[in-house]
Design a protein around this ligand. Structure first.
Ligand code: GTP
Ligand code: MG
Length: 435
């Protein structure tokens, strides 16, 4: 067991209860002056006293390996006073129990085989999810390693063995790798990776949310649409051009996607200093947006040269939305028609889904790999497979052997079984203290 660590597991805010966790080796001795550890997994009321402070609290003891970290773990349920928690942590420090790094408890759980890396990532997301969709996605991922990983391993194993045998003994023993049989067998695995890639491409948005900027000339109906998507009257809507002057933000689930909405000041040349400041802020929003909805009133298709100039650098992520469809007119090409005021937004919902989820329904993406780390590894896996399937009959067995090994290694990196410090650091830096 590693050196003992401690951390508050609940936020340092006045609250009913504050939980402090201690994990590591030698806890009975380290905590000896403070308390006698209670019976395993039985809540016990303890009177603690240190440096003139007194605290009556519930204490739980989870001996290794039956704890979150797999180490001996003690949980203190203190009164939820942040100052009390700080003093308590200081005292633990004086007993030689240092403050944990963010994610260190989970990292130990991983090292002790209590959890896989994919599960740890899902738990991190479960704590930080801000919308229902994100919460559901994190919960769907909390099961850890998806079943297809085991399928992939089962499919790869015999071919790895054959490829290695033909590398080691090929010429002497006449063992050759039947590339045709291998590609026929592994084709299904390659297809599976492609399916998972498509699901992951959608799940990414379920996890991260879609940042949508609403832009257009004054009175185009940006704020009306913003309110309709947000499901609440957040922005002021009037027939006066230039109503919105600042950037407004709202989060809302819509069309099965977690949306981060940004309403902006209408883009136009203006001498009004306040409106100009608002317009200056729009650029930042445009840069960060995943998609920019350019609102143009359907009945009045006059071009907006000012706006078209401003949107030019972001052409790839602009969708023209023709609003006020209730007043008549028809759209062209890739444009979508809506009536923000009447709540007629079906075309927009369809366009957003198509763009971010492709042909998949949101539920079909639920539970797929979603973080950048996971998606990059999945992409590499798919490439590795495609290379393997494209090998010519005469290829020496060293090539498939190394590609198969590579795929195997990528799976181990994905699940964290390779224990590579760099990927662990990347994952655990995003954790909060005490997790
Ligand atoms: N008929 C009709 N009117 C709409 C529609 N959407 C918005 N409007 C009206 O258009 C006017 C301007 O709407 P806003 O949502 O304030 O427009 P905006 O683009 O935010 O305007 P600024 O903030 O001034 O740039 C309001 O009177 C709305 O009621 C629509 O779909 N149909
Ligand atoms: Mg507005």
């Amino acid at each position: 067991m590693l050196e003992p660590i401690c951390a508050p597991a609940t936020p340092l805010l006045p609250s009913a209860i504050a939980v402090v966790r201690v994990s590591g080796g030698g806890l009975a001795v380290r905590l000896g002056t403070l308390l006698e550890l209670p019976e395993a997994r039985r809540a016990a009321l303890k009177e603690l006293a240190w440096d003139g402070y007194r605290e009556r609290c519930l204490v739980l003891y989870f001996p290794a390996p039956h704890s979150y970290t797999g180490e001996d773990l003690v949980e203190f349920q203190l009164h939820g006073n942040p100052l009390l928690v700080r003093r308590f942590l200081e005292h633990l420090g004086s007993l030689g129990i240092r403050l944990a790094e963010p994610g260190e408890f989970t990292r130990r759980a991983l090292l002790n085989g209590k959890q896989g890396l994919l599960e740890a990532e899902a738990l991190r997301d479960l704590v930080t999810a801000a919308t229902d969709t994100q919460l559901r996605q994190a919960q769907a991922r909390a099961g850890g390693t998806p079943p297809w990983v085991a399928q992939a391993r089962a499919a790869l194993t015999p071919w790895m063995a054959r490829a290695e045998a033909s590398v080691d003994y090929g010429e002497d023993e006449g063992i050759t790798l039947d590339l045709d049989a291998m590609t026929a067998d592994l084709r299904r695995l390659a297809e599976l990776f492609h399916v998972e890639q498509a699901r992951a491409a959608g799940a990414r948005w379920l996890r991260d949310g879609v940042r949508i900027a609403l832009v257009g000339r004054p009175n185009a109906g940006k704020s009306t649409l913003f309110n309709a998507l947000a499901g609440q009257e957040r922005a002021i809507v009037t027939e006066v051009p230039g109503t919105t002057r600042d950037v407004l933000e709202a989060r809302a689930p819509w069309a099965g996607l977690p949306l981060f909405l940004f309403d902006t000041a209408g883009l136009r040349r203006t001498d009004d200093p306040v409106e100009r400041l608002g317009i200056a802020r729009v650029r930042e929003v445009l840069e960060q947006a995943d998609i920019i909805l350019h609102l143009v009133p359907l009945p009045d298709p006059a071009p907006d040269p000012e706006i078209i100039d401003r949107l030019a650098p972001f052409a790839g992520k602009v969708l023209t939305v023709r609003n006020q469809a209730d007043l008549g007119g028809s759209a062209t090409g890739d444009e979508v028609c809506v009536s923000a005021a009447a709540g007629d937004l079906d075309q927009l919902a369809g366009a957003l889904r198509q763009r971010f989820l492709g042909p998949l329904a949101p539920d079909a993406c639920l539970g797929a790999l979603d973080t950048r780390r996971q998606r990059e590894l999945l992409d590499e896996l798919a490439v590795q497979m495609d290379l393997l399937l494209a090998l010519d009959a005469g290829t020496p067995p060293e090539v498939p052997a190394s590609l198969l090994q590579g795929a195997w290694g990528l799976l181990a990196r994905l699940t964290g079984e390779d224990r590579a410090e760099s990927s662990l650091d990347q994952v655990f830096s995003g954790f909060c203290l005490g997790k």
